[in-house]
Design a binder for this molecule. Sequence first.
Ligand code: T4K
Length: 409
Amino acid sequence: MARRVIKNRLDDLAIFGGRPAFAERLHVGKPNIGDRQRLWERITGALDRHWLTNNGPYVQEFEHKLSQLLRAKHCVAVCNATIGLGIAMRATELSGEVIVPSFTFVATAHALLWHGITPIFCDIDPATHNIDPKRIEALITPRTSGIVGVHVWGRSCDISALTEIADDHGLTLIFDAAHAFGASYQGRMIGNFGRAEVFSFHATKFFNTSEGGAIVTNDDALAAKIRLMTNFGFAGYDRVVSIGTNGKMGELSAAMGLTSLESLDSFVTVNKSNYECYEEELRRVPGINMVRYDHQEKCNYQYVVIELDEELLHVSRNQLKEVLWAENVLVRRYFHPGCHRMEPYRSSSAYRELQLPETERLTERVLSLPTGMGVGREDIAQISAVIRLVVSQGREVHRRLSDTHAGDA
Ligand code: T4K
């Protein structure tokens, strides 16, 4: 546990010459790791079997356990969510234009473009940070084949509204559920909505297989197609029946997944307790609002996100980020600046003029704070104390950082 570095004055801040609050960097995405002994045993098992990939016993067991947990019919483990999204898009025959939020990790948009599909970026609802269903119909054209909803921060999209729009217009609906493993919507686990949902088990996710993901669906024919596509289209030795890629999860990742599953509850418990601790520490700070979770639903609490009101704070989000980085607290500006402001989209004539006011506003206001098993109450108290100090003297911090141009980027 870190020893508290008391900071009362602005000169105590590392950015102004003080000692950093943390001797080592505190990351947003420090991986949670389950029981190492069980992990080594499983890895040894795979090595002893000399069976490392291609639908091995761990992958099969992992898929079975995921299906049970999500109460979904089919689960195909994949090497990462980006490939998983591409496979789900191809298997559901998305083509032409697909409506997707810009406020997401760039993988969502890239997966579409990679498959020759044009992402049509839709603005978000500022209250939920998710795609705004009210803005979708205006974007539908004869070329539109589907909608990709993203459950940002693990908070589900307005699935009912999206389903209704998709049904009314004959569109395919799939979900990027990269953030939403272990979350529910109206009491039903995420993984059961749209034609398919795709989870990420990347190292930075609260539940990880180092690299990995899963495509989940209740559609038997689609599941069979996805399984083939994940394995080059092989339907048996030497028999290729469709186009496919290599999207397989290997045995070592599945060993990690099985081990992480055994600690899933404790990961969520720690995330929730960290979340509540930040909430307590930052509750009375004017201009800082925490992204809230619906406690009636199952939540994984893996993202602790604050939304900053610059007018109240007098200091910019980027300046606060610079202050915290100097303290070795590597907060992240997910998903700055929005996909439509990233290459190759922003230089393309199709997007150059595109304005998404809510997305653009939000990408200037949010910060993700470190959480997970590697972060304790004392760390959160220390981080929050720095934030409170900055906010209490926002104008002065702004002035001093403007002189040095820190936080301009
Ligand atoms: N859709 C959505 C909505 C997503 O958020 C993502 C991924 C995807 C699709 C695609 O899923 P995958 O294909 O990755 O399965 C990170 C992750 O790389 C990415 O998986 C994640 N979303 C995104 C939100 O966050 P970066 O650019 O922040 O990664 P990076 O490497 O900077 O890691 C974040 C922090 O974690 C760093 O400060 C260092 C720390 N870290 C990282 C790794 C890998 C560790 O401490 N240990 C580690 O092993 O994207």
